[in-house]
Design a protein. Sequence first.
Length: 105
Amino acid sequence: MSPLLKQYLNKDIVVVTTAGEVMHVVLDGYDKYTNLVVKEGDKIRLLRGSEIVVCGLLEDAKALEGLPMDSHVYKDTKNVIKDEYLIWEAVNKKHQSTHKKRKLK
């Protein structure tokens, strides 16, 4: 995705994060890990590539006129599993019981 971002430099883009936040920003920079440096008004932010769901060029900024400019928030995209640590403990116990250590002779 990183090479494709070159055409978005210094242009208005829309970014959706894994936390469900939708932002209208200007792309200032990026790296090979899709970390983005963006301008939001007079603020500069760094968005980690692992936290970005999608970003795209905003061709018609006038379409946003009249809408509140604060970031919209949607349901996040993270898969949270209740008591996940209990599941991993059970997996670890099963792994230990099936893979017994061999004694060296």
